[in-house]
Design a protein around this ligand. Structure first.
Ligand code: ZN
Length: 460
């Protein structure tokens, strides 16, 4: 197609972008005409028909449609204007896909329809990812995160350069797919806390991800030559922002710094949420043990314990760390019971929380046997433990595996757990042990509180 010589006569209702008239757009053989009025658009249709006949071409009227965008909060005429091409009336539509972007003129927001389509498509992709489990076996978290970036991220951020970050309603629709996928991947309940889904996988919350992409696109626009249409469009939106949104241009100039900061800001807010959450007691004290010594953990990163291949063990340790279990410390919260009253169902002498049941409670022979074989396995693993575990100051002086085991047993449980998580072998042993202990506690009758929900106080 050679359409470069196609022009339309000037009209008073032409669309002006920044300081240039933009009356038509061409993308390969896709052509879009535009005008601010019905009369102006009809004039352009006539001009196009003329140009086509001069060039021995004919326009396919069945594929030609009209879309009318009314200004917000204006009443629409009962009889919409009509448009003709070759004396045939053109179809007026309220949704149309142009260059991969679905436009919609009927709702209050042009992008509602497209966001809804993207969310449906992402949900289908998510279901497909888990459907393969029935054919290939479980989908482990690491591979699940790779599938997320390949299959879901592209759908959840489709055309974000055009639509922008999105309204709250649009974002909630897309976010629900992201949350559903990550919860299912980690084996958590549908109402588990959101912050841990990101802190444990390194996936960025969708709002931050979309903002990151939009800011990246803005930087690209700012670097374009002034003659570029995309640059003119940017200038026009800046002019539109004028005095009422005077801070916008200023923010734009800082976009690059902002973009780099998006991850840091998300990380900070997630860390803050974890620290402030009464549920996430274990994660609050998380320390990462590296070969060169302990350090504060990264806010957002894929956690090595999610690489455990044994699904039941992996999901048990995930639920234990992220407080998504049925120990009394959690079920008592649902009943509104004070934390101190959520006593252990076996010994009745301490709060039934993960650290108590894993490392302290000694009221059941079954539990003691499980714990004894757990420590025996840890002792064997200490023989070949990797540098991070050997780098723990308290263990450095242990001369043999037996001494390491004893020192670990004497370490406070809240710290010991993260030392064990520093090594793949001890992580696996801890995960299997957690699975066994949680199974044992799941088999106990749930604790009943006198007064039940009526006893509700300031439970945290
Ligand atoms: Zn107990």
């Amino acid at each position: 197609m050679y359409v470069s010589d196609f022009t339309t006569p000037a009209h008073k209702d032409d669309v002006v972008m920044s300081d240039e008239v933009v009356a038509h757009l061409e993308h390969a053989d896709d052509l879009a005409l535009m005008s601010m009025s019905a009369e102006g658009l009809q004039q352009k249709l006539d001009a196009l028909a003329d140009w086509a006949s001069r060039n021995q071409m004919e326009i396919n009227t069945s594929k030609t449609v009209v879309m009318i965008f009314y200004p917000p909060r204006t009443s629409r005429p009962t009889q919409p204007p009509s448009f003709q091409l070759y004396a045939q009336q053109l179809l007026i539509v309220d949704r149309y896909k142009y260059v991969g972007v679905l436009l919609c003129s009927s709702g209050s927001n042009t992008w509602d329809e497209m966001i809804s389509t993207c969310s449906k498509s992402a949900r289908r992709a998510a279901n497909m990812c888990f459907f393969v489990e029935s054919r290939t076996g479980q989908l482990p978290p690491w591979e699940g995160c790779m599938l997320y970036s390949a299959q879901l991220d592209s759908r959840l951020t489709h055309a974000v350069e055009v639509t922008g970050v999105g309204t709250n309603k649009q974002l909630e629709l897309l976010e629900s797919v992201q949350l559903h996928y990550l919860r299912r991947l980690l084996g958590l309940q549908t109402r588990s806390q959101k912050c841990v889904l990101f802190s444990e996988t390194g996936v960025l919350p969708l709002r931050a991800r979309r903002l990151e992409l939009v800011l990246g696109y803005l930087i690209y626009l700012l670097r374009l030559p002034d003659s570029h249409y995309a640059k003119r469009a940017l200038r026009q939106t800046m002019e539109n922002a004028d005095s009422r949104r005077s801070g916008w241009w200023h923010d734009l100039r800082q976009a690059e710094a902002l973009r780099v900061r998006v991850r840091a800001i998300s990380g900070e807010s997630i860390t803050e949420e974890i620290r402030g959450s009464p549920k996430l007691e274990i994660l609050r004290d998380r320390v990462e043990y590296l070969a060169r010594g302990p350090k504060l953990p990264a806010a957002l990163t894929f956690r090595p314990y999610l690489k455990i291949m044994n699904k039941a063990a992996r999901q048990a340790i995930t639920r234990m760390l992220l407080s998504d279990h049925r120990l009394a410390v959690e079920t008592g919260r649902w009943d509104g019971v004070d934390r101190a009253d959520r006593q252990c169902r076996l010994c009745d002498s301490a709060v039934e929380d993960p650290l108590h049941v894993l490392f302290e409670c000694s009221q059941s022979v079954d539990l003691l046997n499980l714990r004894r074989s757990f420590w025996d396995e840890i002792e064997v693993a200490c023989e070949n433990a990797t540098a991070p575990v050997r780098g723990v100051p308290d263990l450095r002086e242990a001369t043999n595996a037996r001494a390491s085991r004893l020192r670990l047993q004497l370490t406070p449980a809240s710290k010991c757990i993260f030392i064990l998580l520093a090594d793949a072998r001890t992580t696996s042993i801890l995960a299997v042990f957690t699975h066994r202990v949680l199974t044992l506690f799941d088999s106990l009758p749930p604790r009943r509180y006198p007064g039940g929900r009526l006893q509700r106080r300031n439970a945290v």
